[in-house]
Write a protein that binds this ligand. Structure first.
Ligand code: X8Z
Ligand code: ZN
Length: 670
């Protein structure tokens, strides 16, 4: 998880007012908070918070790492307790900071003070019992998601599948009913979360109000160095820029689905795409539909998953071949896992190589020792990919020799999606490493969208030429057909994502501000899915379901607007780095692999962390302070033209009113 995610799990309001500022131990001593010196000025206060914060976060990260990589009731309890201690300490600091309100301080101290509150994604009530309840619910929901499974059959015939296996069905099967079963199956895991989520919303809203915000959604929107209302308008503006491109992709995809499944089954209602047929549980990335959507069959293969799988199989058969005699079933499993790990390590080393080619350091040895690369066999883990900064760049106060402890946690499979996700995660890791020398309060993305965009910018530079250079695809033809294929590959990941990146927090903002009440949670979710993405379930999804909870970031309480912003910012970064690398030519052809000039510029941006308003950081890299989706449009301009030709004469667009009403019962029958 990114550090702001850690903070998201953990930040809260205060238990005690310490305005008295005595030197005697405060009543919080048992929670780990230090005493508050009576004569402490604002600078000294921030310095102390920075010291104490590092110690707290080390403990919290360790507890959360264990609970995410070894889900049990015990690890859940320990993570909740660590979270509680952290939340309490943070409350104390927020309260203590009030002493300095209205005081003139250095700009850096003023910024650090305002960040204390603004980093809060899970504001907790002051009441210690409610704070503890919130910490428990947060751990519980994350555990429920991580251990979620869909079981069918009974007795000896009972079989259970977790998310990874259900995703495999959506990725590889083109059987309508089989996909529907996998999609519906996964969405059963979140039904029991609904009650917890309702309570969670009450608690974080109370915490937000106690901090002076209208609700928890406003806390989230306040983290963008602009008035909270403005970020909503900004995201609307950006969506307006890219919506016509999305609509073209949607229209083309609908036609291909109709060709595959028939006109009746290829759409829902008036032009909506069936949720279970998009190759992805949440319809956020359509890359897995490559077999249906590839524009030209004979224009060079871009089958990255095929190449990764072939390499995996080769490892596996090589290991088997070395075995004398017939291997036992457990030896076979051992070989499979050996090959899976080898494949995951190879993919990760490949991603590291890109960063190193830009002049960035190699990953520390501890990264390779402590990372979770593949899904363990013997226990439940949260497979959702994340990057962790365990000790904020080392702990000089404990031991100056302790270096950074950065890790990733994934359940890597040899697929294109996981391959690009590794590049994404290493973007977080290189951000942690670059800003590790900043004081803890400034260790974060310039805004959270920056953190998400670092690795994805590298993914944009994974051009067919780069992929061919690392042996994942064949030498590419130089033809218009090959270009359109390459653009389509990128669009299925990047353009398809845009409305999804927007709708999740449109839902949560509404939930937090009370305009979406619990009795309409699911209805409102599918209304927004229809409105923004133009997708719908093929059977009604009543309020017995809690479909938002089947997406990690809802039970994990990770704000999502960051990903929408990232999908705009990464094109701005990409263009700037291409310029820095001296690239000339159409944007979509640029790879800055191997450019130390681009790397230096990137690294300089990363090293700033969140020490200054993001607009300033953006300007240093790109020359503008504005978020702007025109680089997205510039990049995809050949594809947009091609799609417009393909769609000519077709009735594009959709009517969201035609989504099946969410009024059905939980068994899916209307
Ligand atoms: O959650 C993630 C990363 C970890 S920050 C794997 N992403 C979003 C998602 O999976 O929903 C990356 C893209 C969007
Ligand atoms: Zn991320």
């Amino acid at each position: 998880m990114s550090r702001s995610k850690l903070l998201a799990l953990a930040i809260a309001a205060s238990l005690f007012a310490v305005a008295g500022c005595t030197r005697s131990p405060s009543p919080q001593a048992d929670t780990g908070s230090s005493t508050v010196p009576a004569d402490e000025n604002a600078d000294a206060f921030i310095a102390r918070v920075n010291r104490e914060m590092r110690t707290h976060l080390e403990e919290l990260s360790a507890a959360q790492w264990v609970s995410s990589t070894y889900i049990t009731g015990d690890s859940e309890l320990l993570a909740a307790k660590a979270n509680e201690r952290w939340l309490t300490a943070l409350n104390g600091w927020i309260e203590q900071a009030r002493r300095f309100e209205g005081q003139a301080t250095s700009p850096s101290t003023a910024r650090a003070r305002s960040l204390l509150k603004l980093m809060t994604a899970m504001p907790a009530p002051r009441d210690p019992e409610k704070l503890a309840e919130l910490a428990r619910i947060a751990s519980k929901m994350e555990g429920m998601y991580g251990s979620g499974e869909y079981c069918t059959g009974e007795g000896d015939a009972k079989s259970c599948r977790q998310l990874g296996e259900l995703e495999d069905v959506l990725r590889t099967s083109r059987d309508y009913d089989e996909q529907l079963d996998a999609w519906r199956g996964w969405h059963t895991i979140s039904q029991p979360m609904r009650k917890d989520y309702v309570r969670f919303v009450e608690l974080v809203n109370q915490g937000a109000k106690e901090m002076g915000f209208a609700d928890a959604g406003e806390v989230w929107r306040a983290g963008y160095d602009m008035p909270p209302a403005q970020i909503a308008a900004e995201t609307d503006r950006l969506w307006g820029q890219v919506k016509p491109l999305y609509e073209q992709l949607h229209c083309y995809t609908r036609t291909r689905l109709a060709a595959t499944y028939g006109v009746e089954r290829g759409q829902v209602g008036n032009g909506l795409l069936p949720a279970h047929l998009m190759g992805n549980m949440w319809q956020q990335d359509w890359s897995n539909l490559w077999d249906l959507l590839q524009p030209y069959q004979d224009a060079g293969s871009l089958d990255i998953t095929g190449a990764l799988e072939a390499a995996y199989r080769q490892d596996y058969t090589a290991q088997l071949a070395e075995h004398a005699g017939t291997p036992t079933p457990s030896e076979i499993v051992g070989y499979e896992r050996g090959a899976q790990l080898e494949s995951a390590l190879r993919m990760t080393r490949r991603a590291e190589d890109f960063y190193v080619s830009l002049g960035m350091p190699k990953l520390p040895a501890s990264y390779w020792e402590k990372t979770q690369f593949i899904k363990p066999r013997d226990r439940d883990v949260v497979c959702h990919a994340s990057a962790w900064d365990m000790n904020m760049g080392g702990n000089p106060s404990a031991d100056p020799a302790i270096g950074p402890d950065v890790r990733t946690k994934m359940c890597i499979k040899p697929t294109e999606e996981d391959f690009t996700t590794i590049y994404h995660e290493l973007g977080h890791v290189y951000y942690y490493l670059a800003y590790g020398k900043q004081p803890p309060l400034f260790q974060g993305g310039a805004n959270d969208g920056f953190h998400e965009a670092i690795g994805d910018t590298i993914v944009l530079a994974m051009t067919p030429k780069y992929l061919a250079s690392i042996g994942l695809v064949d030498e590419q033809q130089q033809s218009h057909e090959a270009l359109i294929n390459a653009q389509m590959r990128m669009a299925l990941a990047k353009v398809a994502f845009l409305p999804f990146g927007l709708m999740i927090d449109r839902w949560r903002w509404g939930v937090f501000d009370g305009s979406i009440k619990p009795d309409r949670y699911n209805q409102a979710w599918w209304d927004l899915k229809a409105k923004y993405q133009g997708v719908a379930p093929v059977q009604a999804r009543g309020e017995d379901y809690f479909d938002p909870g089947a997406k990690y970031h809802v039970p994990g309480n990770t704000p999502y607007t960051r990903y929408f912003l990232s999908h705009v910012l990464q094109f701005q970064f990409y263009k700037a780095l291409c310029d820095a690398a001296g690239f000339q030519g159409p944007l979509y052809e640029c790879s800055f692999y191997g450019s130390e000039a681009a790397g230096r510029k990137y690294q300089a941006m990363l090293a700033e962390g969140q020490s200054q308003p993001w607009q300033k950081t953006l300007k240093t890299l790109t020359g503008t302070e504005q978020l702007d989706a025109s680089a997205v449009l510039e990049y995809f301009s050949p594809l947009q033209q091609w799609l417009e030709q393909q769609n000519e004469g077709r009735d594009c667009g959709w009517s969201s009113a035609a989504a099946p009403a969410a009024a059905g019962s939980a068994d899916g029958k209307d």
